[in-house]
Design a protein around this ligand. Sequence first.
Ligand SMILES: [Zn+2]
Length: 229
Amino acid sequence: MIRTKDIPLRTKKLIIQEAAGLCGFCGEIDVATLEFHHIHGKSVPDPHSQENLIYVCKNCHGKITAGQISEADVVLQKRILIYKGNPNAKTAVGARILNFIGGVNTGTIANEVHFHGKSSKKQVPTPPGSIGADAIKRNYLKHLIDRYHEFAKAEKGESYKYVIFYQAIKRSYGAKWDMIPLHLFEDACAYIQSRIDKTVLGKNRKAHGQGNYSSFLDYYEKYVSRENS
Ligand SMILES: [Zn+2]
């Protein structure tokens, strides 16, 4: 019998990285439920190759085993994960399209990515490993930036210049906000949150026990429920 522990550590890391640490299907983040699925089973010549593995949660794994998610869908999703991790690896599969409307992904799986609405300026996919390459984290960081602008504008009035805060982020991280490496995501969140908390409005709200922004987990849950609705 072939067990998960037979998968080389390096391959496991690659698979997790490819999936941005989330279930390849539903976006589940709880590592306790995440596992490796062998796309074409374990009887193929090289069962533990990167090509034959996908990162899924127990729930989705169950659906695959029960046939509720077909092997073809698994193969397609795998190719999308590869594509999303490498914008140059655009391969011709199906006609499914991932739509970003106002920064929110309204599709589930895709081989093409289209941006509509407020985020239409962002046409070029950000490189793998950057915050911009991870839709949920990107949107959460943007949510914090927008909140900062809102509070700072309330304080400074019409003369408020949006560009100054973007420049401050760039100075702190050496990169435009969505090009910041993913491993600095929590740091960037903490930085922007502290800036929000230091605004006059932020201090007032805090003093009255009002929150200034959603936590990433709360935001994530709302995001996932929108995706599923
Ligand atoms: Zn799942």
